[in-house]
Design a protein around this ligand. Sequence first.
Ligand SMILES: [Zn+2]
Length: 276
Amino acid sequence: MSVSVCLTFDFDGISSWAGGARHTRSPNLLARGEFGAVGAERLLDLLKERGLPSTWFTPGHTIDTWPELCQRIADEGHELGYHGYCHEGPTSKREETEERAILERGMACIDRIQGRPPVGSRNAGGNLGPRWVDLLLEYGFSYDSSMSPHDVLPTWVRQGDIARTDGPHVFGEPVDLVELPFDWALDDWPYFSPDRPRQEGLRPPNEVFDIWSAEFDYLHQRLGEGVFVLCFHPQCIGRGARMLMLERLIDHMQQAEGVSFRTMEDVADEFRRSQR
Ligand SMILES: [Zn+2]
């Protein structure tokens, strides 16, 4: 029996508030992103204390804003993955040259602190856009983590699907890009986001612990094999009550037999080897 746990952190920081057209650049909204740096310090301390590897999808904007903190992520052995320059998602509305420029800039920031470009990518919001898979393949990415055709198993990304309404779905051909599941159910943003209306983001941490631990237990006890990808935003999970809940969740998963904590790159590599 083998279950891998991937702790992943989307370290958006200020980028998701400053970028995009959703918000005005008001000081209080930017400050929510600034708290991400506080949360990141706490998370790195926790990971160090527990000796756990992890993966940080970090926009170039975050790296340029807090270079020393981001260097600490790399120096402490965590993986850095691509997440835009300023949290731009790929989109059909953008020109290809602009999309490439953003990709190259974000990758260069990671290369600078990690000593090599990222091999993994998580879409920074919106939809993936028609060129995105081609670009990830062209730029040598090993895996993507933006979709969940399966909740706990790695899959191959496909190209050439045809979505029809007058007949069955036409599945395209797999390409050399691994998909590691991402789903809102295992993301802290819907539960703890500061931008939900009517404070819906203030869900009790114990309630979220119940959901996440049950998702893990189903994988571990019923399926016995798979990868459990949790997505955290330091600006959400970094608050005290939620940090204590995360500690409890890590305890819960560490106590289960046959469970290893790994980087996404490591899991993607193993999947690729197993398929050859
Ligand atoms: Zn993000």
